[in-house]
Write a protein that binds this ligand. Structure first.
Ligand code: GLP
Length: 241
């Protein structure tokens, strides 16, 4: 595991964008794993800016989403499919159909989760961008999730719903379930880039990287992966040394 503590915090995005760009330029058919969440917003803004400057090209890339809320209709601005589209992929040159995620309004979400898992198993992600929840969750694998979990339907914890309510009109509007890649699915990615910013993530990062590997902290499963790069600002990394 490589940990990069980047200061000032504004440089975290360009550092992560640089890793993505190196990967996309070198892989014959790049397979990018994309995460939603506030942490990634300026990473995507930086990638869009660099694409406009001709520094990166996504036309050969396929993108895979980590997770999706269950039950938000196709037009809903907060469905992760739309969030990724609005904040990143529609602004650059991904080909039509090359941004793939679980369908949160599938009539059978359990079967949909299985279908998505099969797709990812058949050809794993090359570079996975990953955030971490304040409670140590990765994607929507909440505390208590087994590290051998596959893509599945999960219930969101009250803490995660509260944290994500900032993107909705009210807490009641936040879905109670999601389809998420499992922890073992995420760990199939060849290279994982974990991004964390701000003091609010400091304890979660400490527990994930330095604590016991346990179900209590889903992010601690990353300790078992051989190719993880952590990019954090000093506030998020404050308990790491
Ligand atoms: C969400 C997402 C995660 C994300 C996390 C942190 O619930 N499902 O993939 O990593 O929360 O989000 P943020 O970057 O906004 O702190």
């Amino acid at each position: 595991m490589v940990t990069l503590v980047v200061e000032p915090p504004g440089r975290v995005a360009s550092r992560v964008a640089g890793i993505v760009e190196t990967y996309v330029a070198s892989a014959p058919l790049p397979r990018l794993g994309l995460a939603t969440g506030g942490t990634m917003l300026d990473v995507y803004e930086t990638l869009i800016q660099h694409w406009r400057e001709g520094r990166v090209d996504f036309s050969r890339s396929t993108a895979f989403l980590l997770d999706e809320y269950v039950g938000l209709d196709r037009q809903h601005a907060q469905s992760y499919r739309n969030v990724i589209r609005y904040t990143f992929t529609s602004h650059v040159d991904f080909r039509l159909g090359s941004v793939i995620g679980p369908d949160g309004i599938a009539t059978d979400p359990v079967a949909e989760a299985h279908r998505y898992e099969q797709k990812l198993r058949a050809a794993p992600v090359g570079l996975q961008l990953l955030g971490i929840g304040r409670n140590g969750h990765i994607a929507f694998n909440e505390p208590g999730s087994h590290h051998d979990t596959k893509t599945r339907v999960v219930s969101l914890s009250p803490d995660t719903r509260r944290a994500n309510s900032r993107f909705f009109h009210s807490l009641a509007d936040v879905p109670t379930q999601a389809i998420t890649q499992g922890i073992s699915t995420i760990l199939k990615a060849h290279h994982i880039v974990l991004v964390a910013r701000g003091e609010g993530k400091a304890r979660a990062l400490e527990a994930a990287l330095l604590g016991d590997v346990s179900r209590t902290v889903p992010g601690s499963a990353l300790q078992g992966h051989s190719n993880v790069t952590v990019v954090a600002d000093a506030a998020a990394a404050r308990y790491l040394s």
